[in-house]
Design a protein around this ligand. Structure first.
Ligand code: ACM
Length: 654
């Protein structure tokens, strides 16, 4: 049995084109024939199946999505085309160890999803939906048997809503995207120096003075928690303490270790203000606050942040901290933070939650039931596991580093750092989380920073470790990209809207030709070029519209590889020539627009450079400009420059 599964698995990594599934299931066995999806499509539970209301709502959503995908109004025939056999209703609060497996069987008459609970059933429905394709004989799903279960139980997306506030509709559509690719933890980074985004009734000055009026009411938060639960997603709130807490201190300066007053931070980076671990009133406050939040967030885990405390305000304190350190025999600020974390852990435990924090909180003084989120390097994850702590990986999954899916995809929570761990230690690695920090994003372009790259990481966290073929991943990612559009994500539609804003009434074509092959710089590059970025800086320029991991650059790179491998490939040669000609002439087409609009001024150097290097490659010449184009050009990067450099080095005309 196991042998068969392994063979099928390897077959699955080199699948024929009809399996447009992401994440790739644990095992796929092709059957005979095809199930037609027509207007009479209907889905419903089998007799004796669980009556959990999440199921009927998921079925309604699925039917609406199929109608949207196919453009057909469904008439719901008498016979169920998709039958759900779900044993139980699942737990009242979705838990980490809940069974998420399902079996999907499709033959030419019917599809059946069998699962232990609604979570597996919902995952099965997402797989079923992804298999629907428009073929020569109409819409349908190929006959198949899929047995599927996640490799990791913790598959998250973290969204920072503090640096730039993200309205509810942004959260909801990203939860829809998460469900589509089987991510199951929404980590909501609700407070930081730049904004406190949660309504507290106990301490209303938190949102009144710390948010510029941009916060979620408690009713709205309950709505999001329900919305997520309906999609098989847990919500883990994060309130970052004792550092990254300036927004708390605006209304409650008495929590700080240094004298106020405080103002919401409008810029980025690590700052000095931190809560005072030596003051008992701080813990009284946190007890009441965490108790209030625990009544709103039912998840078993509660994230307390704990990252990037620089200790400066503690070191400068002459009031209560020096005596407190002496009394406890603390030598360093690190000891002080460990003490703080111990007190907070007791509070979190008192409210029936398990504490989670960034890897700085790793300290043997803390009990073993906390969870470490590794961000400074995978080593902290293996260190934690070795010391008996559970953990999740985020190092390598930072979307603001603007790395391509090909790189993100191969980062594995059980990668080389975990090689030396024993079985029990490896079992402490629960999974991972994609992180979307919000210094350089707005509600308008956040989707394009998350999607579709998060789908590649979702596959790493769900699928068997052996599923690692990058070209297969990209082929399916291109398909899922369209599915995410249909769900309502705006990574493609807002790209066009942003270009239209930049181009005004002039038409976006030459601007899109340029933007399609650019990638935004990562945060370091952007800060270097413009150290004055602040919360109110408009994110409306070319760099903000440009998207990570340019698909055109990837396809062009593949084309160039094909040609380099076989210089007699005439089709590749003529396609290369067409692209180079387009880019070489684009600057002249874009020039009038750039001259007319101040907002496009910083596009001029990169537009000229793309045209210049394309003209060189067309002429079969290389030159210093090509080397320059490989480096950052202001805040953007020319994603096709490496492929153009490879061509130019051939010394052939196109
Ligand atoms: C972090 O990136 N400071 C967790």
């Amino acid at each position: 049995m196991l042998r068969t599964a392994v063979v099928l698995l390897f077959a699955a990594t080199a699948l024929p084109a009809q399996w447009n599934v992401m994440p790739m299931p644990s095992s796929i066995q092709a059957g005979q024939g095809r199930l037609t999806i027509g207007q009479e499509f209907s889905a419903g539970p089998d007799t004796g199946s669980s009556a959990d209301p999440r199921l009927s709502r998921a079925i309604d959503r699925m039917s609406r999505r199929i109608a949207k995908l196919t453009g057909m109004t469904l008439h719901e025939g008498s016979q169920k085309i998709l039958l759900l056999q779900v044993q139980g209703g699942g737990q009242a609060v979705q838990s980490l160890d809940e069974d998420e497996s399902y079996r999907l069987t499709v033959d030419s008459r019917q599809a059946v999803i069998a699962a232990a609970n609604p979570l597996g059933a919902m995952h099965g429905m997402e797989t079923f939906y992804q298999l629907i394709a428009n073929a020569a004989d109409g819409w349908g799903v190929p006959a198949v048997t899929i047995d599927d279960r996640p490799r990791f139980a913790w598959r998250g997306l973290m969204m920072d809503v503090s640096r730039h506030f993200m309205p509810l509709e942004v959260i909801r559509r990203n939860l829809d995207g998460m469900a589509a690719v089987k991510l199951n933890v929404f980590h909501w980074h609700l407070s930081d120096d730049q904004g406190f985004r949660m309504e507290s009734k106990r301490f209303p000055k938190l949102q009144q003075q710390g948010s510029d009026g941009q916060f979620y009411t408690q009713d709205e938060v309950r709505g999001i928690v329900e919305y997520a639960r309906d999609r098989g997603i847990r919500v883990v709130p994060e309130f970052d303490i004792p550092g990254h807490s300036t927004s708390w201190l605006v209304g409650y300066p008495e929590l700080a270790a240094g004298p106020g007053p405080y103002q919401i931070l409008r810029t980025w980076g690590i700052t000095d203000p931190a809560m005072d671990p030596a003051r008992p009133e701080v813990y009284t406050f946190l007890d009441a606050f965490i108790g209030e939040m625990a009544s709103l967030f039912p998840d078993a885990y509660f994230h307390i942040g704990g990252d990037e405390v620089n200790g400066k305000q503690w070191a400068a304190n002459t009031a209560d901290i020096p005596g407190f350190m002496r009394l406890h025999g603390f030598k360093t600020e690190h000891d002080l933070q460990a003490y703080f974390n111990q007190q907070v852990e007791k509070i979190v435990t008192k409210y029936g939650r398990r504490m989670e924090g960034w890897d700085e909180i790793l300290n043997p003084a803390l009990p073993k039931n906390i969870v470490i989120q590794s961000w400074r390097g995978a080593k902290s994850l293996s260190d934690a596991a070795r010391q008996g702590y559970q953990g999740i990986l985020s190092s390598g999954y930072y979307l603001d580093h603007i790395e391509p899916s090909s790189k993100l995809y191969l980062v594995d929570p059980l990668g080389s750092q975990a090689d030396s761990l024993g079985k029990n230690e490896q079992a402490r690695i629960l999974g991972g989380e994609v992180c979307m920090w919000a210094e350089y994003i707005s509600e308008e372009n956040v989707d394009s920073r998350i999607w579709p790259r998060a789908a590649a990481i979702a596959e790493r966290l769900w699928s068997p470790a052996a599923v690692r073929d990058v070209s297969g991943m990209y082929r399916r990612l291109d398909v899922i990209d369209g599915e995410l559009d249909l769900i309502g994500l705006r990574h493609n539609s807002n790209y066009r809207l942003m270009l239209e804003r930049l181009a005004g009434s002039d038409g976006i074509e030459p601007l899109a030709t340029l933007a399609d092959v650019l990638e935004p710089g990562a945060l370091g590059q952007r800060h270097h070029v413009n150290p004055n970025y602040a919360q109110s800086t408009p994110l409306n320029r070319l760099v903000d519209a440009a998207r990570p991991d340019s698909a055109i650059a990837r396809h062009f790179g593949e084309l160039v590889d094909r040609f380099v491998a076989n210089p007699n490939d005439a089709a590749a040669r003529s396609e290369i020539s067409r692209w180079l000609t387009l880019w070489a002439g684009n600057n002249a087409r874009l020039q009038p627009l750039m001259e007319k609009r101040q907002i496009l001024r910083d596009a001029a150097p990169v537009s000229a450079m793309l045209a210049g290097i394309s003209a060189l490659a067309l002429a079969g010449r290389t030159g210093p400009d090509i080397q320059t184009a490989l480096k950052p050009v202001g805040e953007v990067n020319i994603a096709v420059a490496p492929a153009i450099a490879r061509l130019a080095a051939l010394g052939r005309r196109f």
